[in-house]
Write a protein that binds this ligand. Sequence first.
Ligand SMILES: CC(C)(COP(=O)(O)OP(=O)(O)OC[C@H]1O[C@@H](n2cnc3c(N)ncnc32)[C@H](O)[C@@H]1OP(=O)(O)O)[C@@H](O)C(=O)NCCC(=O)NCCS
Length: 172
Amino acid sequence: MILRTPRLDLREMTDDDMPALCAILQDAETMTAYEGAFDDDMVQAWFTRMRDRYRDDGFGMWAVVLRETGEMIGQCGLTRQHILDEDVIEVGYLFNRAHWHRGYAVEAAAASRDRAFTLLGADRVWAQVRDTNIASMNVAIRLGMTVRGRFVKHYRGVDMPHLAFAIDRQQA
Ligand SMILES: CC(C)(COP(=O)(O)OP(=O)(O)OC[C@H]1O[C@@H](n2cnc3c(N)ncnc32)[C@H](O)[C@@H]1OP(=O)(O)O)[C@@H](O)C(=O)NCCC(=O)NCCS
């Protein structure tokens, strides 16, 4: 177990989580900000990258498990990113659509943010959000983040304007 919140457990993903991971990454509506659903190869590459991050960094996007049912309802966690010319720690969050609007994303992301400050010693934690992704912006704002800059990400052949949100250690 990596993190425990009032309703959720966060832990590393395993092969057994593949169906739950597919339900998130292969849902077109969930993946709107990523320019649509992932195919099987993209899901496998995502999973492998997360396993590599656990091994190399000791953290990554973790499985978010609803303690009441044991179901994996999302992914949330920390990754190394390069944002606005800086090597930074980002908090990320993607949830199964059936579990949106219950506060789970903020609950998991707040615990991940705090972990970055306490255990990793980060001075600032970031969230990069596509400028069309209002739900994600709301999570970042609820984490106490503010917009620090803008940039364009090139992904899946598309130019995607992004906002760089962040919170500093002394604001947390
Ligand atoms: C981004 C994403 C995780 C946000 O999910 P979400 O369900 O909106 O966020 P939360 O789980 O924190 O829920 C917040 C909502 O729950 C409501 N809520 C209900 N019960 C609550 C509770 N007990 N505690 C807190 N909030 C609660 C809040 O009022 C808020 O309502 P609103 O959506 O009307 O503003 C989700 O939209 C998603 O997975 N998107 C696809 C992937 C993605 O784009 N990820 C971000 C990439 S940058």
